[in-house]
Write a new protein. Structure first.
Length: 214
C-alpha cells in the first residue's frame, strides 16, 4: 500500500486488490472516514504498488508471463482518478474520471510482478513470482535502468513526464518497447549517467527467458 500524498501527511491509502478483472483492481481509501473508492477495474491479481520518487504511483499484476501476463502501470493524481476501466488486451484505460492519468509501462516486461523497489534515481528492482511447476524454471529478479536517470526534485504531474517515457535506447537483448534497459540481477551495479550510451552489465541468478514487453 501507498500512503498518499506522503507518509508524513497521509490522507489516503492507495491499495491493490489481488482479485480478477471483474473486481476493483486499485482502490483509494480515505484514512479519516474509511470510505473506499475504486480507481481502476480490469486488472488481474494486482499486487505490488509503490510511489515513485517523482510522485506518481507504480502498480503491477502478479499474473504470469507471456503475451497475456502481468503488466506494470503508472498513475498520476490518484485522488482525481476514479472508476476507470482497463482493457488488458490493449493495455488502454477508458471511462470514469481521469483515464488519461493512467498508462501501461511495457518496458518493465510481462510477468508475475512481486516485490518492487524504486531507487531515488528511478532504477527499479522487482521479482517475478513464477513458481517452479512441472519441471519448468521459476522466476527471476530484474533491474530496470531508465534511459535518463531521475535527478530533479520536481514532482511529475503527467504520465508523459516520467523517466519511463524518454526515447527508446535498445538493449543488447532487445527487451522493451519504450525507455530503459531491463536485466536480471542480484544486486545494484553502477549505472550510467544521464545521456551516456553505456549500460550496466546484467548478472543472472537463474535461468529465465526475457519477459514479453507488449
Amino acid at each position: 500500500m501507498v500512503l498518499w500524498p506522503s507518509a508524513a501527511n497521509a490522507q489516503y491509502l492507495i491499495a491493490c486488490n489481488e482479485e480478477g478483472t471483474a473486481q476493483p483492481g486499485l482502490q483509494r481509501i480515505n484514512i479519516a472516514t474509511g470510505a473506499a473508492a475504486t480507481i481502476v477495474t480490469g486488472t488481474t491479481v494486482c499486487d505490488p504498488v509503490r510511489q515513485t520518487p517523482w510522485g506518481p504511483i507504480l502498480f503491477g499484476e502478479e499474473n504470469g508471463g507471456g503475451p497475456t501476463g502481468g503488466r506494470m502501470y503508472e498513475l498520476v493524481d490518484p485522488v482525481g482518478t476514479t472508476g476507470v476501466t482497463l482493457d488488458r488486451t490493449t493495455g488502454l484505460f477508458t471511462g470514469g474520471t481521469g483515464a488519461t492519468n493512467l498508462t501501461a509501462r511495457p518496458a518493465l516486461g510481462r510477468l508475475s510482478f512481486e516485490g518492487l523497489g524504486i531507487l531515488p534515481n528511478g532504477v527499479t528492482y522487482y521479482g517475478d513470482e513464477n513458481r517452479p511447476s512441472a519441471g519448468t524454471a521459476g522466476g527471476a529478479y530484474f533491474k530496470f535502468v531508465p534511459t535518463s536517470l531521475y535527478t530533479r526534485p520536481t514532482v511529475r504531474s503527467r504520465t508523459s513526464q516520467t523517466p519511463r517515457t524518454h526515447p527508446v535506447r535498445s538493449s543488447a537483448s532487445g527487451w522493451g518497447s519504450e525507455a530503459g534497459t531491463r536485466t536480471t540481477a542480484k544486486a545494484p551495479s553502477s549505472v550510467s549517467a544521464p545521456g551516456s550510451r553505456s549500460r550496466p552489465q546484467p548478472t543472472r541468478i537463474c535461468a529465465h527467458s526475457p519477459p514479453h514487453s507488449t
